[in-house]
Design a protein around this ligand. Structure first.
Ligand code: GAL
Length: 391
């Protein structure tokens, strides 16, 4: 009996200490919009409300984008009680007003702070105010918190983030917790029960080199991702102007293959038809949002030419052919072999091409294959993305 009681006590201790983040959130990678990539500190109530409107009118909400997140610079000081104070010039009605507006559009509201003393833009950070801030966010109606790592001095990353996780949990409102310590302390190794997503690298820039360099750093991280806990290779640059249409297609495809959070970072009010055709490609988004929650693995790596495979629910899979080089490549693709290819951890039974149709997710057409292997031309910096769909 004594032994039973000890086991019971140990078990409850384990349960109390375990998973104090909100468990039911981010079962698929979070999708939304964040102000940073395009607007930096130029955020305001008017901008956020316009973006919420545009999220709905552009069709992005229907495509699955959900969170409107205000990044750095909404906060300006702490008052005499230590309460965080929003910039009155930019947010004259306060943050609850903005949150209510976002909610009235059927969307969710996100905000930003930092585990250090100051944010990266030297606004007040969360250090020492974690429980107070968590309660404040709950009052605002926050659904998503991005928590940065600037000015964290000698703080320990895991305990700093776990402290904020506990504060959010204690405040009681389910909030997606987005860890932004740039991969500095290998968060994939410890953040699974701390946050719902964690940045894996430094900041993305709006250029091919920056994007592909971040992508290259994701290769060994697939096993850490899954429902409720995602690797975050940073927000999207699609539509911001620094890459070509084809490069943005590649950027978006790769992020979806990686089961990355999809945070658009562009002006949603003024999107070109090209930008819309990328961000609203529901067939590509479906790979990202697949319920199995697996990140793609690299199946073949010929340097500039790679093949990536993402296992999908119902024993389907996605294949991405990637040409990183500046030259056109003509590659032999054997679809029967790709159907059989191993998809990494817990692979399902080998697939037989006969039972599947192969759909090109950018052409929005099924392939008509006379042979199972054919030559495919890949222009520089482009991808081909296929889904093997059960017949
Ligand atoms: C960086 C972060 C960016 C952005 C910026 C704001 O540390 O990685 O995504 O949030 O701070 O100052």
């Amino acid at each position: 009996m004594k032994r039973l009681i000890t086991v019971f006590m140990l078990l409850s201790l384990f349960l109390i200490n375990y998973a104090q983040k909100f468990d039911q959130l981010a079962k698929t990678p979070p999708m939304g919009w964040n102000s940073w990539n395009k607007y930096h500190c130029d955020v305001s109530e008017a901008l956020i409300m316009q973006m919420a409107d545009a999220m709905v009118s552009s069709g992005m909400k229907d495509a699955g984008f959900e969170y409107i997140v205000i990044d750095d610079c909404w906060q300006i000081a702490r008052d005499e009680n230590g309460e965080i104070v929003a910039d009155k010039d930019r947010f004259p009605h306060g943050m609850k007003y903005v949150a209510d507006y976002v909610h009235s559009k059927g969307l969710k509201f996100g905000i930003y702070s930092c585990a250090g003393k100051l944010t990266c833009q030297k606004r007040p950070g969360g250090l020492g105010h974690e429980y107070q801030d968590a309660r404040t966010y709950t009052r605002y109606g926050v659904d998503y918190l991005k928590y940065d790592w600037c000015n964290s001095s000698t703080q320990d990353a895991k305990s700093s983030y776990a402290n904020m996780r506990d504060a959010l949990y204690a405040a009681g409102r389910p909030i997606v917790f987005s860890i932004c310590e740039w991969g500095s302390n290998k968060p994939w190794e410890w953040a699974g029960d701390v946050g719902h997503l964690w940045r894996t690298t430094g900041d993305i820039g709006d250029s091919w080199n920056s994007m592909i360099n971040i992508f290259n750093q994701q290769k060994d991280l697939a096993r850490y991702a899954g429902p409720g806990h995602w690797n975050d290779p940073d927000m999207l640059e699609v539509g911001n102007g620094g890459m070509t249409y084809e490069e943005y297609k590649t950027h978006f495809s790769l992020w979806c293959m990686l089961a990355s959070p999809l945070m658009a970072g562009n002006d949603l009010q003024n999107m070109t038809p090209e930008t819309k055709s990328i961000l609203l490609n529901k067939e590509i988004i479906a790979l990202d949002q697949d319920s199995l929650g697996r990140q793609a693995v690299c199946y073949r790596d010929n340097g500039d030419y790679q093949i990536w495979i993402k296992a999908l629910a119902k024993n389907e899979k996605a294949i991405c052919l990637l040409n990183k080089s500046d030259e056109k490549k003509s590659v032999m693709v054997d679809y029967a072999l790709l159907a059989k290819a191993n998809t990494g951890r817990r692979s399902g039974p080998a697939m037989n091409l006969e039972n599947y149709r192969v759909r090109d997710l950018w052409e929005h057409k099924d392939l008509i294959l006379k042979e199972t292997s054919i030559f495919v031309d890949l222009l520089p910096h482009t991808v081909k993305v296929y889904r093997f769909i059960r017949k």
